[in-house]
Design a protein around this ligand. Structure first.
Ligand code: GLU
Length: 325
């Protein structure tokens, strides 16, 4: 193998498509996944499919298999996986032990109700995590001996750094977010014995060599938490991030059941073909009027520079167009 080939191998970038099987794939997730896939195929990045199935009670039986099936139906493929987070908890346990023994995390005994009551007046926007009021935070960082780190029945939080964290998003531009002011000491381990979303994503992105992250901008606010975890776990460098606007209903809220049934499975069962779905996603991605096309045609024509920076609005006319025979 010549030098040029070796250097090409070592610089191969890798992204991931990471559905959470907490609900069915809808037009909103599909647009993010399609853009992620098209950017990867245009740039020669590897794609790993990761099923984020650690969100206990919210996981729906059969949703992971259905998501995999629907991605294939759309024409989205991948090079590695599917890898299921729930298959092996040991990498998350090791990372959590490291945080606890380093004094970067503390056990939190507060109930959700207590946190809700304390954070009622604090803004938390679209974040899933409420701001923590600090009741269980020790005054100084306190390390815990490895054999005393309880990961079976204690919830753990990370000591949030003070001040703004700055990073540059490749799509949304320069960002500056204060973790302490927005969510405070955030959750890294649940009482149920599982890593939080933030910890699991960082551990996986690092060990799976993901250096290109493309996802919905509802997760923009999570990024500085993830960057802090990279630092505390000694896992730098962090990936490059592209946060894309979400698809919303006409009321401005994130696409959900209240906007009608936009599940891909529902359209497929009504005889809508994947080319029609991709045609709509293309129109939402700055590629002109709706015109049916395959995923490969989408990847050939898509230009990130044309992707609108404002949120996409799903309208009744889009639904009608999909269902046009
Ligand atoms: N599993 C998350 C979702 O479906 C994506 C997480 C991520 O991309 O970091 O919204």
């Amino acid at each position: 193998m010549g030098c040029a080939e070796i250097s090409q191998l070592t610089t191969l970038h890798r992204t991931r498509i990471a559905p959470s099987p907490t609900g069915a794939l809808h037009l909103g997730n599909a647009r993010t996944f399609l853009v992620n896939w098209a950017l990867a195929r245009q740039n020669g990045w590897e794609i790993l499919l990761r099923i984020e199935d650690l969100d206990g009670p919210r996981i729906k039986r059969g949703a992971a298999e259905q998501a995999i099936d629907l991605l294939g139906w759309l024409g989205i493929d991948w090079d590695v996986g599917p890898i299921y987070q729930s298959d092996d908890l040991s990498p998350y346990q090791q990372a959590m032990s490291r945080l606890a023994t380093a004094g970067d995390a503390f056990v939190c005994k507060c109930t959700r109700r207590e946190i809700e009551a304390a954070s009622r007046s604090a803004p938390h926007g679209e974040d899933h995590e409420l701001r923590y009021h600090g009741t269980c935070r020790p005054a100084a960082a306190t390390s815990v001996a490895a054999e005393e780190v309880d990961l079976a029945s204690s919830g753990w939080r990370l000591r949030a750094p003070e001040g703004e964290q700055a990073f540059v998003d490749q799509f949304a531009g320069p960002q500056s977010i204060d973790v302490n002011a927005t969510v405070g000491d955030f959750q890294v381990w649940t009482k149920g014995g599982l890593p939080s979303y933030q910890l699991a994503v960082v551990v996986d992105d690092a060990r799976q060599r993901i250096d290109r992250v493309i996802r919905g901008d509802d997760l923009l606010g999570s990024t500085p938490r993830q960057v802090v975890l990279y630092e505390r776990l000694g896992l730098a460098p962090t990936p490059e991030y592209w946060h894309l606007p979400l698809v919303r209903g006409e009321d401005g809220r994130r696409l959900a059941k209240r906007h009608g049934d936009t599940r891909l499975a529902q359209y497929r069962s009504q005889g809508v073909g994947p080319e029609r779905v991709i045609g709509l996603l293309a129109a939402w991605s700055g590629m002109g009027g709706s015109c049916p096309m395959t995923a490969k045609e989408f990847a050939a024509a898509f230009r990130l520079g044309d992707l609108p920076h404002n949120d996409v609005v799903f309208r009744a006319s889009d639904d009608a167009w999909l269902l046009t025979k």
